[in-house]
Design a protein around this ligand. Structure first.
Ligand code: NOJ
Ligand code: CA
Length: 671
């Protein structure tokens, strides 16, 4: 490595500070690094607007002295990249990676080395640490990450967030507050400053490290806060390790955040080779019935996962074009309070009334796959001990997708360590980050895709491991069955600007019956059309039609949209919206000329005028429009909808009224 003094390399230099600035390819975002009193800070601006004030960088260790001050620059490299790459499945086929990068090699007063790499894109900034292999750093325990995000204009900044490190993991209601009211927040952490610039802090490529949440110290000073191991250490690793990327997505408007590919661009390319066996698609399942108490997971007269019920679901799936049937509660271990059954689940033994081999055969004859299910109730050692056999069993039975579950309070994942001692871990601590990924890799060996519930948050690893097909990681539809309170009207709008920035979500839309609760408390707080719109708005390569089959039979005309909507896209564009108020997405079906549009609103009714300039110029389309009826209202009249057809082109506009907590779903069929 060249040993050059920082001074020579700097664009500007004063006696007190040495600084280096790099701009995004479109020159709107500027990243400035400053070596000031020998500690390194970064700051970010957008055009002339200061976004992130000088913020500290560095790491603290249990054994070694901190790497945070006394730095000199050994070397640096500025490079740029502009290339296209493809997603095997996704919200778009082609992704553009256009950025400038700065790689800094630093040494501190002890001559300990730290490398930091920054990438500046048109849609934000990412940076990560690397501690090179060096004397005294064979075994490394990180006690704290010093990384700061000091928000400029913090007094005028509004934050949209959920708390971190709580018992309910990521399943909290979103809060809209002045930035100063945030204490410890989960990421993606979205906020808007006084000038209307929208930002979101998150991370990319979380592998073999602890997840980061944000702890607000002084007003506006957010500090990286890593989920600890049972013993308080944050990360246990070796010299040579890299941290995940710390990311700041930046956009002059709300929808720009939704069109950002920054997180994916910062992940490693596909490591699995040919993944044509990973199949996007739609599914139904023996699932909602349990959540609304029609069925039970455990054995008995209301057992849902019976051979008979499953055959009926397979018949329905075959008739209406679904690819899979999820069956929960098929394996031994659910009886009693399954929340606490982590150590009794048997992942290879079925209840007597469930015949896996027969159902695999029956499904095959109808062109429908069973979707597997492994609930661990948070005892990951019990699952780990059976994982290989459990995956083998499913592979043998033609199952190529499994939903996993890790229901346990935050900080209460149970594992048995090498000495036989039970340890409690966080879902997003380093131990579990590796445990989830182990499951993904084992599944990949058997060409099985995984849909993780109660997951660690997504950080774009689907690029590297495309069989990590989707996950939960926020309040899903299930909260509308039993949540106290159920998801409020703004919830799914909030998800778009927060949780969804991290990646696909198995929200499980499509509830058509709002009257299942005798107490009239639980129900989706939406119109029926909003349930349709969710298929377009909340991206996932696998989407469930979550309701009971009989409820679809009552609204066959509206059900048609769920049958038609694809789950794999050529391109996607958020075309209108404001955080927490409304959002509209247009998505083009993969390898097709057809487009789909979905729009949803919060508790306010609103009329949207949407330009259709996303459609191919010169083509005519039949727009099959599913909209709220004139009297629709989520509370008093959720079932009122209108389905109409119009011929439209890309020079047209569509003006549609969305009811309170209503929606709009359109299929544009190319003529
Ligand atoms: C939690 C999942 O999110 C839910 O969908 C599932 O039904 C239960 N675990 C039982 O496994
Ligand atoms: Ca859940």
């Amino acid at each position: 490595m060249r040993l050059i003094s920082f001074v020579v390399l700097l664009l500007t230099f004063t006696a007190q500070a040495q600084t280096l600035s790099v701009k995004s390819p479109d020159e709107k975002i500027a990243l400035t690094l400053s070596l000031n009193n020998n500690s390194l800070t970064y700051q970010i601006s957008y055009l002339d607007i200061e976004l992130i004030k000088p913020s500290k960088l560095g790491l603290k260790f249990v054994e070694q002295p901190a790497l945070s001050a006394g730095f000199k620059v050994l070397d640096y490299k500025i490079t740029s990249r502009h290339e296209r790459w493809q997603l095997p499945w996704g919200e778009r086929k082609t992704v553009i990676d256009n950025h400038k990068s700065v790689e800094l090699a630093l040494a501190d007063g002890n001559n300990h080395r730290l490398n930091i790499e920054f990438r500046v894109f048109d849609d934000g900034v990412g940076f990560r640490y690397q501690v090179p292999e060096q004397k005294g750093f064979d075994q490394v325990e990180i006690s704290d990450e010093i990384t700061e995000f000091v928000i400029a204009d913090s007094a005028k900044t509004t934050a949209y967030w959920i708390p971190a490190r709580g018992w309910n993991r990521y399943e909290y209601l979103y809060r809209t507050t002045p930035l100063h009211e945030v204490d410890r927040a989960n990421t993606p952490f979205t906020f808007k400053n006084g000038a209307g610039v929208h930002m979101s802090i998150h991370e990319a490529a979380l592998v073999d490290y602890a997840a980061m949440s944000l702890d607000q110290r002084r007003d506006g000073v957010l500090e990286a806060d890593l989920a600890p191991w049972y013993d308080g250490v944050k990360v246990k690793t070796q010299g040579g390790f890299k941290s995940p990327w710390r990311t700041i997505q930046i956009s002059p408007d709300a929808v720009g955040l939704l069109n950002s590919d920054l997180i994916l661009n910062l992940n490693e390319p596909n490591k699995l080779g040919d993944v044509s066996w990973v199949k996007p698609g739609k599914y139904i399942g023996i699932w909602w019935g349990m959540h609304i108490n029609k069925y039970t997971w455990g054995s008995g007269p209301k057992h849902g996962a019976t051979t008979k019920n499953t055959k009926e679901y397979i018949d329905f799936a075959a008739k209406y074009g679904f690819d899979g049937v999820l069956v929960e509660g098929w394996n031994i271990g659910w009886d009693g309070d399954w929340f606490f059954n982590g150590d009794v689940f048997d992942f290879t033994k079925a209840y007597d009334d469930f015949d896996l081999a027969e159902l695999a055969r029956y499904g095959k004859s109808k062109g429908v796959k069973l979707i597997g299910h492994h609930e661990t109730s948070g005892n990951v050692s019990n699952y780990r001990n059976q994982m290989a056999a459990a995956l083998d069993l499913y592979q043998k039975n033609n199952v190529s997708q499994i939903k996993t579950g890790y229901v346990a309070d935050g900080g209460d994942i149970k594992r048995v360590d090498d000495q036989g001692i039970v340890r409690q871990e966080w879902h997003d601590g380093q131990f579990m980050v590796s445990e989830y990924l182990h499951n993904i890799k084992e599944a990949a060996k058997r060409q099985i895709s995984i849909n993780t519930h109660e997951p660690v948050k997504d950080t774009g690893l689907r690029r590297t491991y495309p069989n990590w097909i989707t996950r939960e990681g926020a309040r899903g539809q299930e909260f509308n069955a039993w949540g106290n309170p159920p998801n409020p009207p703004e919830h799914t709008v909030m998800l778009s600007y927060t949780r969804m920035l991290s990646g696909p979500m198995d929200f499980t839309p499509g509830i058509f019956n709002f009257d299942f609760d005798p107490n009239k408390v639980n129900r989706p707080q939406t119109t029926l059309v909003k349930q349709l719109a969710l298929y377009v708005v909340l991206y996932s390569p696998i989407q469930m039609a979550a309701d009971l089959p009989e409820n679809y039979l009552k609204h066959m005309d509206a059900f048609q949209f769920i049958r038609d909507v694809p789950t794999d896209w050529q391109q996607s564009r958020a075309i209108a919206g404001e955080v927490g108020e409304y959002v509209a997405f247009a998505r083009q079906q993969r390898d097709s000329d057809d487009w789909f549009l979905g729009a949803i609103t919060d508790e306010n009714s609103r009329t949207l005028t949407l330009k259709l300039d996303f459609l191919s110029p010169g083509k005519r389309y039949e727009a099959q429009i599913y909209r709220d009826g004139d009297k629709a209202d989520w509370q008093s009249n959720p079932y009122d909808y209108v389905i109409e057809k119009k011929q439209l082109t890309n020079s047209d506009q569509l003006t549609v009224k969305l009811a309170r907590s209503g929606g709009l779903a359109v299929r544009f069929k190319a003529l």
